[in-house]
Design a protein around this ligand. Structure first.
Ligand code: SF4
Length: 226
């Protein structure tokens, strides 16, 4: 039996056990019910110095991304773009030096992001995915497994991106459109906390949810193995 499947929860939000102070309802696969002890243990983890202030400030930042938060029934008024949110949060954390790990296909966008971050007073180290110039053969890629078959290609090198930013002693890393898989490797190796500015989607202008929103119309193939 699966004991955690919030994505399938159909309890109205205002009645959910995870949303109300007491007396909430839940489906049979509710992790709030099945993992009560774990929730208590993890709440303790938030009190560890490594997480305590970071988590507190992240929650404050979340709320500050909405306008006119007067007491009473509230209609959400989101007010900040993600890059603004990122900079405000970095400032709250006291970050001086940021790392920018970006996909080499977004060189122009990385330059724009760098200009914005630096104009707001952050010191910045930035690393493209192809840094190091290591050929794909180094990780066992055959010629017919390259993007441009038959050509010389350097590998995306997220472990090196992470290690360079580790050496640069960045306070927070910002990820810009790393590939699926390469992003996971970067996250596994980076020492500093990391946040994602944009997730790569080659077809939708880096808006992965565009395909998700249209799964019942133009992207039906996503559910049909087409
Ligand atoms: S924690 Fe339980 S009630 Fe809350 S969304 Fe998940 S399944 Fe639904």
């Amino acid at each position: 039996m699966i004991k955690a499947h919030c994505a399938k929860c159909r309890i109205p939000k205002a009645e959910r056990i995870c949303q109300v102070k007491e007396g909430g309802r839940h489906p049979e696969f509710c992790p709030t019910v099945h993992y009560r002890e774990l929730a208590e243990e993890v709440t303790e983890v938030y009190r560890q110095p490594e997480y305590a202030e970071f988590a507190r400030l992240a929650s404050i930042q979340e709320a500050e991304c909405y306008a006119n938060r007067a007491p009473g029934p509230y209609v959400l008024q989101p007010s900040k773009t993600r890059i603004q949110e990122t900079m405000e949060f970095a400032r709250k954390l006291g970050c001086r030096k940021l790392g920018l790990a970006f996909c080499g296909g977004l060189q122009k966008e990385a330059g724009l992001v760098a200009d914005i971050l630096e104009s707001q007073g952050f010191s910045l180290a930035s690393v493209a995915c192809n840094c190091g110039g290591v050929p794909k053969e180094a990780i066992g890629i055959a010629d017919n497994e390259k993007v441009r078959i038959g050509s010389y290609e350097t590998m995306c090198n997220p472990l090196l991106q992470a290690e360079i930013l580790n050496h640069e002693e960045t306070d927070l890393n910002v990820m810009l459109a790393l590939c699926v898989g390469h992003d996971a490797l970067f996250l596994k190796r980076a020492k500093a906390f990391c946040t994602v500015l944009a997730a790569k989607d080659r077809v939708t202008g880096h808006n992965p949810l565009a395909a998700v929103y249209t799964v019942h119309s133009y992207y039906q193939k996503l559910k049909k193995n087409a």
